[in-house]
Write a protein that binds this ligand. Structure first.
Ligand SMILES: *Cc1c(COP(=O)(O)O)cnc(C)c1O
Length: 423
């Protein structure tokens, strides 16, 4: 469907009327397993000689539509849907990493990702080295012969930093490693990282792709462009012991990484996406362009209003002309700078807490990318497990309030902040 526009792909990519019933909406294939045609068909499926459904841990027809939809929106070769954004991150690294291996990540990341990389990945003997998302050279300095990937967020949660994907992709490719981009905050409506040289995209589809705050999901998207034949990635290039010595890169070419994520990592680690959630995320994808534009337009209006408010110390939104990311915003995502941003209330920690307690339309909770406007104090919640210095580095210092601006009437969003700041 590559010839269709983004709005059309959002509605149609991957979906056909159901061949069995004519159902126009994608059915929820609520089944664990699929009947084989005969014994030879079953054997061929298990040998990866033909593609088809075996067991819903590995693939499911509802999930397949979501995978094709998001692959099309990102301009990728193939995708794999899993149970959450964090599962997508685990699955994305699994085919690349062996015990003792390293990857380099920009330190401006979602707090949960910092914790996953520092602590849980370390238990697999996978080691993160931190760089500065503002400075492509700082990634280069952390690269060693054990480095297997670079990792960034296109727009960082919650600091809103817009990352120079093209420059960091060049650093990755000089070192012969892929660039993985968490594109959750931008969504493919604002930024398509593959167009800037990224090799792998991951999403928390829980956020803007689903968009309604009603289901968890994650997605790994493969550009299909990385050459896995250098010898650095034995899982992809060497004989695979759990498939009778098949070499995935030789056999599947530009699909090898996506297939490895599915038939090795998802098969063995197991965070399968429920088809009901795939259905809900798919429904969300249909309105992604409409929602995303309203999110961004509302966020800009709210940020501009806050900037003029006497009780507000500072506003950090890449859509404002005085912001450090404004230039990269104009380059990478001119349609909008996203809907999540941070600001400081005069009076610091206590004033921030009072604000969160006094909002009425905003919901005080730990999520982003909902149709509803959301507010949180990251230092005491999402980034609480981090040390104070790490929090500051991630853009979540003690005085910081994070907003995820919804698609309500913007006057009502502003009025709620106004009454809460005045209370
Ligand atoms: C929420 C989030 C994640 C984690 O996704 P889950 O679906 O909550 O597991 C990862 N990255 C970013 C940028 C996020 O906002």
């Amino acid at each position: 469907m590559a010839e269709f526009g983004f709005n059309t792909l959002s509605v149609h990519a991957g979906a056909q009327p159901d061949p069995a019933t004519g159902a126009r909406a994608t059915p929820i294939y609520q089944t664990t397993a699929y009947v084989f045609e005969d014994a030879d068909h079953a054997a061929a499926l298990f040998n990866l000689q033909v593609f088809g459904n075996i067991y819903s841990r590995i693939m499911n027809p509802t999930n397949s539509v979501l995978e094709e939809r998001v692959a099309a929106l990102e301009g990728g070769r193939a995708a794999l849907a899993v149970a959450s954004g964090h599962a997508a991150q685990l699955i994305a690294f699994h085919p690349l990493m062996h015990p003792g291996d390293e990857f380099v990540a920009g330190r401006q990341l979602y707090g949960g990702s910092i914790t996953q990389f520092n602590h849980s990945f370390a238990k697999f003997d996978w080691h993160v080295k931190w760089a500065d998302g503002r400075d492509p050279d700082s990634f280069k300095k952390q690269i060693t012969p054990k480095t297997k990937a670079l990792y960034i967020e296109s727009i960082a949660n919650p600091g809103g930093l817009i990352t120079d994907i093209e420059a960091i992709a060049a650093v990755a490719h000089d070192a012969g490693v892929p660039l993985i981009v968490d594109n959750t905050m931008a969504s493919p409506y604002l930024i398509r990282p593959f167009e800037w040289g990224a090799d792998i995209v991951v999403h928390s589809a829980t956020k803007f792709l689903g968009g309604h705050g009603n289901s968890m999901a994650g997605i790994v998207v493969d550009s299909g462009r990385f050459n896995w034949g250098s010898g650095k990635y034995p899982t992809l290039s060497e004989p695979c012991p759990s498939y009778h010595g098949m070499k995935l890169w030789e056999t599947f070419g530009d699909m090898a990484y996506a297939i490895a994520c599915r038939v090795l990592s998802l098969r063995d680690l197991g965070p399968a996406l429920a088809p009901m959630n795939a259905f809900l995320i798919l429904t969300g994808c249909e309105t992604l362009p409409l929602r995303m534009q309203r999110h961004c337009d509302n966020a800009l209006a709210v940020a501009q209003w806050l900037q003029r408010h006497p009780k507000v110390a500072w506003v950090n939104y890449a859509g404002l002309e005085d912001n450090e990311s404004y230039g990269l915003h104009r380059t990478y995502c001119p349609k909008g700078a996203g809907s999540i941003f941070t600001f400081g209330v005069k009076g610091g920690y206590e004033a921030g807490k009072a604000l969160v307690n006094n909002v009425k339309l905003f919901s005080h909770l730990a999520n982003i990318g909902d149709t509803r406007s959301l507010i949180i104090h990251p230092a005491s919640t999402t980034h609480r497990q981090l040390e104070s210095e790490q929090r500051k580095a991630a853009g979540a210092g003690d005085d910081v309030v994070r907003l995820s601006i919804g698609i309500e009437s913007v006057e009502d969003i502003i009025a709620d902040l106004d009454q809460a700041l005045g209370a």
